[in-house]
Design a protein around this ligand. Structure first.
Ligand SMILES: Cc1cc2nc3c(=O)[nH]c(=O)nc-3n(C[C@H](O)[C@H](O)[C@H](O)COP(=O)(O)OP(=O)(O)OC[C@H]3O[C@@H](n4cnc5c(N)ncnc54)[C@H](O)[C@@H]3O)c2cc1C
Length: 290
């Protein structure tokens, strides 16, 4: 299909990009284009103007600072995949990146675009919920920080205003005895998730689960936090009886739709199994056995 007509601008600075967004309410930001370009080609999106931010220098960073891993808007999936820091200290993020599409898509796709798109089938939203991450939205009046629980607001909907750019993702740096894991069931390599579960936790000195975050992919209109499952494990030893109970809560609390990838019953069961396995893997990693 041929896209509808649109204007194109590639500003070289953030202020110029923000000015274009402010004066064009029907504009869309173009980052890696891996979600937006297909939408435009199918005419599911018909922006009047594309604001391509790829010429803005200095947005592709990945660094630890003041207790956070800070990831700039133009850091690509491939940058996360290749980062020794991410592999060593942020295994949940590393797992998630590796599960996104294929290397060709990952060379262009950005984490910021993955979150801003807010597709419930995208992998990073659940991971960011598990991490208790936050994002920085930059607009004409400066920056505002949005907690991840407030960011996703439904199907393809976020707390970003149309004239704001998601400029940075911030993930808390891990404390001692931390571990995380992302498990995804896909029909074939490169497919979106039938279901996915992200877990990030840390153990206290006695080996109990001190803090835990659990996010679920593609089993609701947006990425979901498994709050009852988190509560069921917090303060407990990571023993089978508690993990199975928490997984049962996740099975009950997710809200999948039936589609070509499976029935509601199948997806709920999948969430239960993935939750158990992801918690076990995260615990093993927290113990240094990952
Ligand atoms: C073949 C294929 C397979 C895929 N498989 C997966 C998969 O398995 N898992 C998965 O998670 N995703 C998958 N995707 C989707 C895609 O990889 C992600 O959605 C991608 O990360 C989006 O990032 P992007 O930089 O390409 O965003 P773009 O496509 O450029 O933009 C996506 C949306 O976000 C907005 N946006 C982008 N950047 C910003 C910003 N900085 N601030 C504000 N708004 C912004 C755009 O305006 C647009 O609405 C797949 C895509 C393809 C083509």
């Amino acid at each position: 299909m041929i896209p509808a007509r649109f204007e194109y601008a590639a500003p070289a600075s953030l202020p110029d990009a923000l000015a274009l967004l402010k004066s064009n309410p029907d504009a869309k930001i173009l980052s890696g284009g891996q979600s937006l370009i297909p939408l435009i080609k199918f005419r599911l999106a018909q922006p009047a103007l594309l604001v391509d931010i790829n010429n803005i220098v200095g947005l592709d960073y990945l660094r630890e600072e003041k207790g956070w891993l800070k990831i700039g808007a133009l850091a690509r999936e491939a940058d996360l995949e290749d980062s020794a820091l991410v592999r060593a200290k942020y295994p949940l993020l590393h797992d998630t990146t590796l599960s996104v599409a294929d290397p060709i898509v990952r060379n262009r796709a950005t984490l910021a675009g993955n979150l801003a798109h807010a597709d419930p089938a995208n992998d990073h939203p659940a991971t960011m919920l598990a991490y208790r991450a936050q994002v920085v939205a930059t607009g004409a009046n400066g920056n505002r920080t949005i907690a991840i629980d407030d960011f996703f607001q439904g199907l393809f909907a976020t707390a970003l205003a149309s004239d704001e750019i998601l400029s940075e993702v911030q993930i808390p740096s891990p404390v001692t005895r931390s571990g995380g894991a992302y498990l995804k069931m896909e029909r074939k390599v490169g497919d979106f998730a039938t279901a996915g579960v992200a877990v990030q936790l840390n153990l206290d000195a006695a080996g109990k689960i001190e803090q835990i975050g659990i996010g679920m992919t593609n089993v609701g209109l947006q990425a979901l936090r498994a709050k009852r499952s988190e509560d069921a494990l917090r303060g407990e030893m990571p023993e089978a009886k508690w993990i199975e109970r928490a997984a049962m809560f996740a099975q009950e609390d997710c809200d999948p739709n039936p589609d070509l990838r499976g029935s509601v019953e199948y997806k709920r069961n999948l969430v239960r199994v993935l939750t158990m396995r992801a918690v076990e893997k995260a615990v093993a990693r927290a113990r240094g056995n990952g």
